[in-house]
Write a protein that binds this ligand. Structure first.
Ligand code: FRU
Length: 475
């Protein structure tokens, strides 16, 4: 049970009068021993999906799903933070507050689209009724002075026959002078009923002015889409299109898709006329425990992304005034048709060059560090009583992370291990940022993102040659 210091209900709406209360919570969070240095985390309350990611007006904008008043999935606001270098982030503030009747159950996820020097923020206005949700998609427009104005007329105010009311997470992009929107949804196989249907679907809408939208139909996908699709995202990477999807209820296979909800990417081409994603290949996006709802965006032509560093409602051992955070900003590339993700250069530059270490155990002097292994590969982080580990089985060509040795157990329901097949492992980059860990194999061919909560971080046991970089002082 999570206990709020000041309030513990889920329906608090931010107003200026509540600023003092939020500051109190922020002070409590600042005392936590699990705070990262480089990852974005909520100054109070719960953060989930990244929203409205953009490089706009010479700055990076990160909006995010936020319940500021308690570490629970309460009434969602959009929080906002900005940065010039992806390392230093501005104070977080509420950007979209669910204060209109049409969004009475929260301002849900969506993306940002730059148009005529303004940032158009598309989002789902969450509206529940006893008979199920009534789908509503909304728009707010931000100018270069960061003034945000909600467009009071909903841009989509109806559902689609045969689909459940759970339609959400608009992702808007342009093609040949026209605008398109992807939306996640759920289809009924038989009779309609409240809640989710039985199959996840991807909807396509079209617009000439970003305000009036027309439904085009469903997009054909060659994968098991579970019972509901969330958070679609589309981005051009090295001449191909890459589609991110977060399906709920996708079946797991031997080593992949073992989390509560899956996240996958498809590489190919979106045919808007035929409404089909012509897929060359697809895969699970992250092999770790805590990853969901990635969103893609561009800095000029460079494709980038961030994801929620969490998945569903994981049971973390800590009971503090903050929950979750976002992954590093990652740059995207394709190699032999596979998606590679790797931290942006700004993040790599935040660590010292690295020192070669060959001893059995090392103790970095910070809880934020970068390890690079080019041989040996197996290692353990922590003490005998409290550790997590990485191993690579050369015969099976399988990498494995395990949280079984941790003193503070995390979400037992979904197991202690995650595995991934990887041929010819040549380099492992590990970024430990206190309780946030990202491990990149072969420069991002496979990525494990996961949380650990250790009393003392930093003792590493390994027989490999390790290059250890520690965090440069943040200026
Ligand atoms: C994904 C999601 C979205 C929704 C938002 C609500 O994590 O469930 O589908 O818009 O989170 O916070």
């Amino acid at each position: 049970m999570k206990t709020g210091v000041i309030e513990n209900h889920k329906t608090n709406v931010y107003t200026k009068e509540k600023q003092a209360q939020l500051e109190e919570l922020t002070k409590v969070v600042a005392q936590s021993s699990y705070l990262p240095e480089l990852h974005i985390y909520p100054k109070a309350g719960l953060m989930n999906d990244p929203n409205g990611l953009a490089y706009f007006n010479q700055k990076y904008y990160v909006f995010f799903q936020w319940y500021p008043f308690a570490p629970v999935h309460g009434l969602k606001h959009w929080g906002k933070t900005t940065s010039k270098d992806l390392i230093h982030w501005s104070e977080q503030e509420p950007a979209l507050i669910p204060d209109r009747h049409y969004e009475k159950n929260g301002c849900y996820s969506g993306n940002a689209f730059e148009y005529e020097d303004k940032l158009y923020l598309f989002y789902t206005a969450n509206f529940k009724t006893p008979a199920g949700k009534i789908p509503k998609q909304a728009l707010a427009i931000m100018d270069k002075d960061e003034k945000i104005i909600k467009v009071e007329k909903l841009i989509i105010d109806s559902g689609v026959e045969g689909l459940s009311g759970e339609l959400r997470d608009p992702y808007v992009f342009s093609r040949n002078g026209l605008f398109y929107m992807l939306l996640g949804g759920s289809k009924f196989e038989g009779d309609e009923h409240p809640g989710f249907g039985e199959e996840g679907v991807l909807l396509l809408y079209k617009s000439e002015n970003l305000l009036d939208w027309n439904y085009q139909g469903l997009i054909d996908l060659p994968i098991d889409t579970g019972y509901m699709l969330e958070c679609p995202s589309l981005i051009e990477v090295d001449g191909k299109e890459v589609l991110f999807l977060s399906p709920m209820g996708m079946a797991s296979d031997e080593t992949r898709l073992n989390n509560r909800f899956a996240t996958v990417y498809l590489v190919g081409e979106l045919d808007l006329e035929e409404r089909i994603f012509k897929t060359d290949q697809w895969d699970e996006m992250d092999a770790g425990f805590d990853f969901y709802a990635p969103q893609a965006f561009y800095k000029e032509k460079q494709p980038l992304m961030m994801a929620w560093f969490g998945c569903g409602e994981p049971e973390y051992p800590v009971d503090e005034q903050w929950q979750h955070g976002l992954t590093f900003t990652q740059k995207l590339h394709l190699k032999h048709g596979k998606l590679l993700r790797f931290p942006v250069d700004e993040i790599l530059g935040a660590f010292s060059e690295g020192e070669n270490v060959t001893t059995k155990s090392i103790m970095p002097n910070t809880s934020t560090y970068h390890l690079q292994l080019t041989d040996g590969f197996d290692f353990r982080v922590g003490s005998k009583e409290d550790y997590w580990s990485f191993t690579y089985d050369t015969d099976k060509e399988e990498a494995c992370i395990s949280r079984e040795g941790l003193d503070q157990i995390i979400d037992e329901t979904f197991g202690f291990e995650r595995k991934a097949k990887v041929k010819h492992l040549t380099v492992v980059d590990v970024f430990v940022d206190n309780s946030f860990v990202e491990i990149y194999l072969n420069e991002g061919e496979i990525v494990f993102s996961f949380r650990v909560f250790q009393q003392i971080t930093g003792t590493i046991y390994s027989t490999a040659h390790i290059l250890v970089g520690t965090l440069n002082k943040k200026k």
